[in-house]
Ligand binder design. Structure first.
Ligand SMILES: [Zn+2]
Length: 309
Protein backbone atom coordinates (compact mmCIF):
# COMPACT_ATOMS: atom_id res chain seq x y z
CA UNK A 1 0.00 0.00 0.00
CA UNK A 2 1.34 3.45 -0.81
CA UNK A 3 1.92 5.78 2.12
CA UNK A 4 -0.89 8.34 2.09
CA UNK A 5 0.07 11.91 2.82
CA UNK A 6 -2.82 12.48 5.26
CA UNK A 7 -1.06 10.16 7.68
CA UNK A 8 2.15 12.13 7.28
CA UNK A 9 0.37 15.47 7.65
CA UNK A 10 -1.42 14.13 10.72
CA UNK A 11 1.93 13.30 12.24
CA UNK A 12 3.24 16.79 11.46
CA UNK A 13 0.15 18.44 12.97
CA UNK A 14 0.60 16.42 16.16
CA UNK A 15 4.23 17.46 16.38
CA UNK A 16 3.50 21.21 16.02
CA UNK A 17 4.49 23.82 17.05
CA UNK A 18 8.10 22.58 17.28
CA UNK A 19 7.94 21.29 13.73
CA UNK A 20 6.80 24.66 12.39
CA UNK A 21 10.06 26.26 13.45
CA UNK A 22 12.02 23.35 12.01
CA UNK A 23 10.17 23.73 8.69
CA UNK A 24 10.88 27.46 8.61
CA UNK A 25 14.57 26.76 9.12
CA UNK A 26 14.66 24.03 6.47
CA UNK A 27 12.84 25.11 3.32
CA UNK A 28 13.77 21.93 1.44
CA UNK A 29 12.27 19.85 4.23
CA UNK A 30 9.17 22.04 4.25
CA UNK A 31 8.76 21.54 0.51
CA UNK A 32 8.91 17.77 0.91
CA UNK A 33 5.74 18.01 3.01
CA UNK A 34 3.74 19.46 0.09
CA UNK A 35 1.44 17.46 -2.12
CA UNK A 36 2.72 15.30 -4.95
CA UNK A 37 0.62 15.39 -8.11
CA UNK A 38 0.56 13.17 -11.22
CA UNK A 39 -0.62 14.83 -14.45
CA UNK A 40 -1.60 12.88 -17.58
CA UNK A 41 -2.08 15.20 -20.55
CA UNK A 42 -3.74 14.35 -23.86
CA UNK A 43 -4.30 16.71 -26.80
CA UNK A 44 -7.78 16.23 -28.32
CA UNK A 45 -9.38 17.96 -25.34
CA UNK A 46 -7.15 21.05 -25.36
CA UNK A 47 -8.84 24.35 -26.25
CA UNK A 48 -8.83 24.92 -30.00
CA UNK A 49 -8.09 21.32 -31.09
CA UNK A 50 -10.73 19.95 -33.47
CA UNK A 51 -9.05 18.12 -36.37
CA UNK A 52 -5.70 16.47 -37.28
CA UNK A 53 -4.56 19.93 -38.40
CA UNK A 54 -3.99 20.60 -34.69
CA UNK A 55 -3.29 17.17 -33.16
CA UNK A 56 -1.25 15.26 -35.74
CA UNK A 57 2.51 15.82 -35.85
CA UNK A 58 2.29 16.74 -39.53
CA UNK A 59 -0.77 19.03 -39.12
CA UNK A 60 -0.40 22.64 -40.20
CA UNK A 61 -1.39 23.95 -36.76
CA UNK A 62 0.39 21.25 -34.70
CA UNK A 63 3.36 23.35 -33.55
CA UNK A 64 1.01 26.08 -32.34
CA UNK A 65 -1.34 23.59 -30.69
CA UNK A 66 1.45 21.87 -28.74
CA UNK A 67 2.33 25.30 -27.32
CA UNK A 68 -1.31 25.75 -26.25
CA UNK A 69 -1.22 22.22 -24.77
CA UNK A 70 1.96 23.09 -22.86
CA UNK A 71 0.32 26.30 -21.61
CA UNK A 72 -2.70 24.34 -20.29
CA UNK A 73 -0.23 22.09 -18.45
CA UNK A 74 1.58 25.12 -17.03
CA UNK A 75 -1.78 26.56 -15.90
CA UNK A 76 -2.60 23.29 -14.10
CA UNK A 77 0.83 23.25 -12.43
CA UNK A 78 0.57 26.89 -11.35
CA UNK A 79 -2.93 26.36 -9.96
CA UNK A 80 -1.94 23.17 -8.18
CA UNK A 81 1.01 24.95 -6.55
CA UNK A 82 -1.37 27.63 -5.26
CA UNK A 83 -3.38 24.78 -3.73
CA UNK A 84 -0.35 23.29 -1.95
CA UNK A 85 1.31 21.00 -4.48
CA UNK A 86 5.11 20.98 -4.52
CA UNK A 87 6.01 17.99 -6.67
CA UNK A 88 4.84 17.01 -10.17
CA UNK A 89 5.31 14.05 -12.48
CA UNK A 90 3.80 14.61 -15.93
CA UNK A 91 2.96 11.93 -18.49
CA UNK A 92 2.78 13.23 -22.06
CA UNK A 93 -0.12 11.04 -23.25
CA UNK A 94 -0.98 11.87 -26.85
CA UNK A 95 0.07 10.19 -30.09
CA UNK A 96 3.77 9.37 -29.95
CA UNK A 97 3.73 10.94 -26.46
CA UNK A 98 6.28 13.64 -27.34
CA UNK A 99 4.14 16.77 -27.61
CA UNK A 100 4.90 18.88 -24.55
CA UNK A 101 7.56 21.56 -25.03
CA UNK A 102 9.93 20.33 -22.32
CA UNK A 103 12.04 23.48 -22.34
CA UNK A 104 9.04 25.53 -21.17
CA UNK A 105 8.51 23.47 -18.00
CA UNK A 106 9.69 24.56 -14.55
CA UNK A 107 12.95 23.03 -13.30
CA UNK A 108 11.35 21.03 -10.50
CA UNK A 109 8.95 18.86 -12.55
CA UNK A 110 9.64 15.56 -14.32
CA UNK A 111 8.26 14.72 -17.78
CA UNK A 112 7.62 11.17 -18.98
CA UNK A 113 7.61 11.01 -22.78
CA UNK A 114 7.89 8.44 -25.58
CA UNK A 115 6.19 5.11 -26.20
CA UNK A 116 5.39 2.26 -26.01
CA UNK A 117 5.44 2.08 -22.22
CA UNK A 118 3.73 -0.35 -19.82
CA UNK A 119 1.15 1.94 -18.24
CA UNK A 120 0.61 4.07 -21.36
CA UNK A 121 -1.03 7.41 -20.53
CA UNK A 122 -0.39 6.81 -16.81
CA UNK A 123 3.24 5.68 -16.86
CA UNK A 124 4.83 6.88 -13.61
CA UNK A 125 1.72 6.53 -11.44
CA UNK A 126 3.25 3.33 -10.02
CA UNK A 127 6.30 5.13 -8.60
CA UNK A 128 5.88 6.52 -5.11
CA UNK A 129 2.85 8.02 -3.43
CA UNK A 130 0.68 10.71 -5.04
CA UNK A 131 -1.96 12.91 -3.43
CA UNK A 132 -3.94 13.25 -6.64
CA UNK A 133 -4.06 12.67 -10.37
CA UNK A 134 -5.03 15.34 -12.91
CA UNK A 135 -6.22 14.61 -16.46
CA UNK A 136 -5.80 17.49 -18.93
CA UNK A 137 -7.00 17.58 -22.55
CA UNK A 138 -9.07 14.38 -22.40
CA UNK A 139 -11.73 13.31 -24.94
CA UNK A 140 -14.77 11.03 -24.85
CA UNK A 141 -14.75 7.29 -25.58
CA UNK A 142 -15.18 5.19 -28.73
CA UNK A 143 -18.60 4.15 -27.32
CA UNK A 144 -19.82 7.76 -27.04
CA UNK A 145 -21.80 9.23 -29.97
CA UNK A 146 -20.69 12.71 -28.82
CA UNK A 147 -17.31 14.35 -28.54
CA UNK A 148 -14.41 15.84 -30.46
CA UNK A 149 -12.22 13.02 -31.77
CA UNK A 150 -14.05 10.50 -29.56
CA UNK A 151 -12.06 7.26 -29.34
CA UNK A 152 -10.50 4.87 -26.83
CA UNK A 153 -6.71 4.48 -27.10
CA UNK A 154 -6.68 4.22 -30.92
CA UNK A 155 -9.09 5.82 -33.36
CA UNK A 156 -7.37 3.95 -36.21
CA UNK A 157 -7.72 0.46 -34.70
CA UNK A 158 -10.22 0.15 -31.85
CA UNK A 159 -14.03 0.29 -31.96
CA UNK A 160 -14.74 -0.34 -28.28
CA UNK A 161 -13.12 -1.14 -24.95
CA UNK A 162 -15.07 -2.53 -22.00
CA UNK A 163 -13.79 -2.66 -18.45
CA UNK A 164 -15.58 -5.34 -16.42
CA UNK A 165 -18.45 -5.29 -18.92
CA UNK A 166 -18.88 -1.50 -18.96
CA UNK A 167 -17.93 0.62 -22.01
CA UNK A 168 -14.74 2.42 -21.01
CA UNK A 169 -13.03 5.68 -21.91
CA UNK A 170 -9.32 6.40 -21.58
CA UNK A 171 -10.30 8.50 -18.56
CA UNK A 172 -12.25 5.72 -16.84
CA UNK A 173 -9.49 3.17 -17.51
CA UNK A 174 -6.84 5.58 -16.23
CA UNK A 175 -8.93 6.44 -13.15
CA UNK A 176 -9.26 2.71 -12.40
CA UNK A 177 -5.50 2.34 -12.74
CA UNK A 178 -4.90 5.30 -10.39
CA UNK A 179 -7.25 3.64 -7.89
CA UNK A 180 -4.99 0.57 -7.83
CA UNK A 181 -2.23 2.83 -6.49
CA UNK A 182 -4.53 4.59 -4.02
CA UNK A 183 -4.61 7.83 -6.01
CA UNK A 184 -7.84 9.83 -6.48
CA UNK A 185 -8.49 11.75 -9.71
CA UNK A 186 -8.94 15.34 -8.51
CA UNK A 187 -9.37 17.26 -11.79
CA UNK A 188 -10.29 16.39 -15.38
CA UNK A 189 -10.46 18.76 -18.36
CA UNK A 190 -11.46 18.30 -21.99
CA UNK A 191 -14.51 18.86 -24.14
CA UNK A 192 -17.98 18.79 -22.55
CA UNK A 193 -18.67 15.21 -23.72
CA UNK A 194 -15.44 13.96 -22.12
CA UNK A 195 -16.02 15.55 -18.73
CA UNK A 196 -19.72 14.54 -18.67
CA UNK A 197 -18.78 10.94 -19.45
CA UNK A 198 -16.03 10.84 -16.86
CA UNK A 199 -17.67 12.77 -14.00
CA UNK A 200 -19.66 9.80 -12.56
CA UNK A 201 -16.45 7.73 -12.38
CA UNK A 202 -14.52 10.44 -10.49
CA UNK A 203 -17.01 11.77 -7.92
CA UNK A 204 -15.69 14.80 -6.04
CA UNK A 205 -13.21 15.78 -8.75
CA UNK A 206 -13.20 19.22 -10.34
CA UNK A 207 -13.93 19.35 -14.07
CA UNK A 208 -13.40 22.01 -16.73
CA UNK A 209 -14.97 21.85 -20.20
CA UNK A 210 -12.81 23.96 -22.51
CA UNK A 211 -15.11 23.45 -25.49
CA UNK A 212 -18.64 22.40 -26.40
CA UNK A 213 -18.61 19.57 -28.92
CA UNK A 214 -20.58 20.16 -32.10
CA UNK A 215 -19.33 17.10 -33.99
CA UNK A 216 -16.37 14.74 -34.28
CA UNK A 217 -14.41 17.53 -35.97
CA UNK A 218 -16.16 20.66 -34.67
CA UNK A 219 -16.50 22.52 -31.38
CA UNK A 220 -17.28 25.87 -29.84
CA UNK A 221 -14.03 26.67 -28.00
CA UNK A 222 -12.92 28.83 -25.14
CA UNK A 223 -9.92 30.87 -26.26
CA UNK A 224 -6.68 29.49 -24.77
CA UNK A 225 -6.22 32.28 -22.19
CA UNK A 226 -9.71 31.71 -20.76
CA UNK A 227 -9.34 27.91 -20.78
CA UNK A 228 -6.06 28.31 -18.89
CA UNK A 229 -7.60 30.70 -16.37
CA UNK A 230 -10.34 28.16 -15.60
CA UNK A 231 -7.92 25.22 -15.43
CA UNK A 232 -5.63 27.12 -13.06
CA UNK A 233 -8.51 27.99 -10.71
CA UNK A 234 -9.87 24.42 -10.79
CA UNK A 235 -6.41 22.95 -10.10
CA UNK A 236 -6.05 25.12 -6.99
CA UNK A 237 -9.44 23.98 -5.70
CA UNK A 238 -8.75 20.35 -6.59
CA UNK A 239 -5.45 20.19 -4.70
CA UNK A 240 -6.89 22.03 -1.70
CA UNK A 241 -9.62 19.40 -1.33
CA UNK A 242 -7.63 16.37 -2.54
CA UNK A 243 -7.54 14.75 0.90
CA UNK A 244 -11.36 14.74 0.96
CA UNK A 245 -11.74 13.09 -2.45
CA UNK A 246 -12.32 9.37 -2.07
CA UNK A 247 -10.16 6.93 -3.95
CA UNK A 248 -12.26 4.61 -6.10
CA UNK A 249 -12.25 0.93 -5.13
CA UNK A 250 -9.62 -0.81 -7.25
CA UNK A 251 -11.13 -3.41 -9.60
CA UNK A 252 -9.37 -6.76 -9.04
CA UNK A 253 -9.39 -8.96 -11.05
CA UNK A 254 -10.09 -7.10 -14.28
CA UNK A 255 -11.80 -8.28 -17.47
CA UNK A 256 -11.16 -6.32 -20.66
CA UNK A 257 -13.21 -6.70 -23.85
CA UNK A 258 -11.48 -5.19 -26.84
CA UNK A 259 -13.10 -4.78 -30.27
CA UNK A 260 -10.90 -3.84 -33.22
CA UNK A 261 -12.05 -2.26 -36.48
CA UNK A 262 -10.45 -5.17 -38.30
CA UNK A 263 -10.48 -8.96 -38.18
CA UNK A 264 -6.88 -10.13 -38.00
CA UNK A 265 -5.69 -8.50 -34.73
CA UNK A 266 -8.43 -10.47 -32.93
CA UNK A 267 -7.56 -13.66 -34.79
CA UNK A 268 -3.86 -13.50 -33.90
CA UNK A 269 -4.23 -12.29 -30.30
CA UNK A 270 -6.51 -15.29 -29.64
CA UNK A 271 -3.49 -17.57 -30.24
CA UNK A 272 -2.27 -16.44 -26.82
CA UNK A 273 -3.38 -18.78 -24.00
CA UNK A 274 -4.83 -15.96 -21.85
CA UNK A 275 -6.90 -14.43 -24.67
CA UNK A 276 -10.40 -15.56 -25.62
CA UNK A 277 -11.93 -14.81 -29.03
CA UNK A 278 -15.38 -13.38 -28.37
CA UNK A 279 -16.31 -12.26 -31.88
CA UNK A 280 -14.97 -11.73 -35.39
CA UNK A 281 -13.13 -8.58 -34.28
CA UNK A 282 -13.25 -8.98 -30.49
CA UNK A 283 -11.11 -10.52 -27.77
CA UNK A 284 -11.35 -10.78 -23.99
CA UNK A 285 -8.67 -11.21 -21.38
CA UNK A 286 -8.62 -11.30 -17.60
CA UNK A 287 -5.82 -9.73 -15.57
CA UNK A 288 -5.03 -9.76 -11.87
CA UNK A 289 -5.21 -5.95 -11.74
CA UNK A 290 -5.46 -2.78 -13.86
CA UNK A 291 -1.70 -2.42 -14.26
CA UNK A 292 -1.32 -5.83 -15.90
CA UNK A 293 -4.49 -5.20 -17.96
CA UNK A 294 -2.97 -1.94 -19.26
CA UNK A 295 0.33 -3.61 -20.04
CA UNK A 296 -1.49 -6.19 -22.14
CA UNK A 297 -3.51 -3.43 -23.83
CA UNK A 298 -0.27 -1.72 -24.85
CA UNK A 299 1.05 -5.04 -26.18
CA UNK A 300 -2.18 -5.70 -28.12
CA UNK A 301 -1.93 -2.30 -29.82
CA UNK A 302 1.84 -2.05 -30.33
CA UNK A 303 3.28 -5.49 -31.12
CA UNK A 304 4.46 -6.01 -34.66
CA UNK A 305 7.07 -8.57 -35.70
CA UNK A 306 8.67 -5.96 -37.96
CA UNK A 307 9.46 -3.69 -35.01
CA UNK A 308 13.01 -2.34 -35.10
CA UNK A 309 15.39 -1.52 -33.56
ZN1 LIG B 1 -4.77 11.89 -27.80
Amino acid sequence: MPIRSQTFRGFIAAALPGMAMLAALQPAEAQAQGKRIFISIDMEGIAGAVTPNQISGTGIDYQRQRKIMTDELLAAIAGAREGGATEFVIADAHGDMQNILIEELPADVRLIRGSPRPLMMMEGIQNGRYDGAIFIGYHSSASNPRGVRAHTFSSARISEVKLNGVPASEGSMNAALAAQYGVPVILATGDDAAVEELAPVIPGAETVAVKRNIGFHAAENLVPAEAQRQIRAAATKAVQKSAQIKVAKAAQPVTIDLTFHFYRPAELLAYLPNVERTGARSVRWKSADMASAMKFMEFAMSYNVELQP
